[in-house]
Design a protein around this ligand. Structure first.
Ligand code: CU
Length: 139
């Protein structure tokens, strides 16, 4: 007698749980229909992030006679670029927008600048106007 009651109770419990299981599966299938909510959140977050990332990484650019190597570097905001004059003569790294200017760099000298704004920043060597470089800073 008792075992039958237990079996019936188990069946009732299973029957009660079935709609819940089906409902969960249907709910999971339904989530891809709302990708707009996920797409909206990254827009708001970069506003708060500059304070959260004061420690950026460093990227090296070599100054050779007569070029910047690499001439174009893409970095995330907050990154420090360190130029090293590996050439045999003097050079400069000078922002065309006057954001930075190393002044004269002797062979072996280094100069660093931290990029805190997104944008495309052209620079050159004021001693050799054909030496051009670009730093692309992504948000
Ligand atoms: Cu130069």
């Amino acid at each position: 007698m008792k075992t039958t009651v237990v079996r019936v109770m188990a069946l009732i419990a299973l029957a009660a749980a079935l709609p819940l299981i089906v409902g969960m599966v249907l709910a999971e299938q339904g989530t891809p229909a709302s990708p707009t909510e996920q797409g909206a959140s990254p827009v708001a977050s970069p506003v708060a992030s500059p304070l959260a990332s004061p420690v950026g990484s460093t990227v090296a650019v070599s100054i050779v006679d007569f070029a910047f190597d690499a001439p174009t570097v893409e970095i995330p905001m907050g990154t420090t670029v360190t130029w090293t004059n590996t050439g045999k003569i003097i050079h400069t790294t000078t922002s065309k927008d006057k954001l930075w200017d190393s002044a004269i760099m002797n062979p072996g000298d280094t100069f660093s600048y931290t990029f805190t704004e997104a944008g495309t920043f052209d620079y050159w060597c004021t001693l050799h106007p054909n030496m051009l470089g670009t730093i692309v800073v992504t948000p």
